[in-house]
Design a protein around this ligand. Structure first.
Ligand code: GLV
Length: 325
C-alpha cells in the first residue's frame, strides 16, 4: 500500500494506472457526489483531492486536512474556496482550453434549438399533433443575419463569435476588459456596454464566470431592456441569472425564449415553475460532454493531481501565487 493517498470524488472516463503507481487511490463509487460530511472525513487522510464542480470545497474542508493539491475537473472553480487554499499554499488545478469547443458547440446547439423550437417540435410530433404541413406551424426567428450579444468574452465567448461569423451575424460583446482592436477586427465583433448589448441583441449568450459581480447579473431590469423577440442562452453558471426573473420574463412574454444548461440550484427542484414553461429548454449541465472532451478533462485533472503530489508546478493552476511564498 502506497503511503501517498488520493481521493477522487467520482468515477472518471479514463484509466488510472499512472496515478495508482504513485498513490493509493480511492474513487467514490456512487452516482451522487460524496456528502460534505464524508469529504470532511476523507480529507483528514489524503494528500490529493480530485473533485468536480458538484463538490463544495470550502474553508472548513481545506483547513481540516493536509492537502498538497486540489485538482478540479472543470474550467469553473466557484465551488472551491480559492483564498482558503492559497492561504494554506495548496495549488488548485483546473482544466481550461480543452472544453472550449465542446461548450461552444453545445451553446450553438441550444441557440439553434431555441430559435427553431426543436424541442417543442419533437414534443408536438410525439403527441400525435402533426397533421399536415402548415404555413405558420412552430415559427421562430432567423438565426442567419441576426444580432448576437456575447456577455463575457474569454475563450468560450470568442469561440462563439467564430461560429456566429459563419452565420453572418452582427456580433456584439461585453466583458470586463475590452479586447485588442486586432482581435475585434479578426473576429468581426463590436464592444458594447451590457445594457446597450441587451437592447440590441436578438440572441444573448452568457459566458462569464460565477463571481460576486456576476451574481444575478441578468434580473428583472435586464429582461426589461431585452427585445420581446429575444432569446437568452446560458451555458456558463446558473447563478448569473435570477431564476425568478427568468420565470417572469418567459411567462409574461418579456423575452421570447431561453435555453439553459445551468440553473440555480442544480438540479432544479421538481416543483420549480421553470419546468412548466414551453419556451424554455433546460439541459442537465452537459456543455462539455463530448466523449473526447471529457476524457481530455480527466487526463488534465489527473496530470495536475500528479504534479501536485510530486512537488511539480501544476500545468493549469488557478492560484499560481502559491509558488511565490
Ligand atoms: C463546466 O461547467 C466547467 O466549469 O467545466
Amino acid at each position: 500500500m502506497l503511503q501517498t493517498k488520493v481521493f477522487i470524488t467520482r468515477r472518471l472516463p479514463i484509466e488510472l494506472e499512472q496515478l495508482r503507481s504513485l498513490a493509493t487511490v480511492e474513487v467514490w463509487p456512487e452516482r451522487q457526489p460524496p456528502p460534505h460530511k464524508i469529504l470532511l472525513e476523507k480529507v483528514k487522510e489524503i494528500d490529493g483531492l480530485l473533485c468536480l464542480l458538484t463538490d463544495q470545497i470550502d474553508r472548513q474542508l481545506i483547513e481540516s486536512g493536509k492537502l498538497k493539491v486540489i485538482s478540479q475537473m472543470a474550467v469553473g472553480y466557484d465551488n472551491i474556496d480559492i483564498a482558503a487554499a492559497t492561504a494554506r499554499q495548496i495549488p488548485v488545478g483546473y482544466t481550461p482550453g480543452v472544453l472550449t469547443d465542446a461548450t461552444a458547440d453545445f451553446t450553438w446547439a441550444l441557440l439553434m434549438a431555441a430559435a427553431r423550437r426543436v424541442v417543442e417540435a419533437d414534443r408536438f410530433t410525439r403527441a400525435g399533433l402533426w397533421q399536415t404541413w402548415e404555413p405558420d406551424l412552430l415559427l421562430g426567428p432567423n438565426v442567419t443575419g441576426a444580432t448576437l450579444g456575447i456577455v463575457g468574452f474569454g475563450r468560450i465567448g470568442q469561440a462563439i463569435a467564430r461560429r456566429a461569423k459563419g452565420f453572418e451575424m452582427r456580433i456584439l460583446y461585453t466583458s470586463r476588459q475590452r479586447c485588442q482592436p486586432e482581435l475585434e477586427q479578426s473576429l468581426g465583433v463590436e464592444f458594447y456596454p451590457l445594457e446597450h448589448l441587451l437592447e440590441e441583441s436578438d440572441f444573448v449568450t452568457l459566458h462569464t464566470p460565477s463571481a460576486d459581480d456576476t451574481y444575478h447579473l441578468i434580473s428583472d431590469r435586464q429582461f426589461e431592456l431585452m427585445k420581446q423577440s429575444a432569446i437568452l442562452i446560458n451555458t456558463a453558471r446558473g447563478t448569473i441569472v435570477d431564476p425568478d426573473s427568468l420565470y417572469r420574463a418567459l411567462a409574461n412574454g418579456k423575452i421570447a425564449g431561453a435555453a439553459v444548461d445551468v440553473t440555480e440550484p442544480e438540479p432544479l427542484p421538481s416543483d420549480s415553475p421553470l419546468l412548466t414553461l414551453d419556451n424554455l429548454i433546460i439541459a442537465p449541465h452537459i456543455g462539455s460532454a463530448s466523449r473526447q472532451t471529457r476524457s481530455k478533462m480527466a487526463t488534465m485533472a489527473i496530470a495536475n493531481l500528479i504534479a501536485g503530489l510530486t512537488g511539480d508546478h501544476l500545468a493549469d493552476c488557478v492560484n499560481p501565487e502559491v509558488y511565490n511564498f
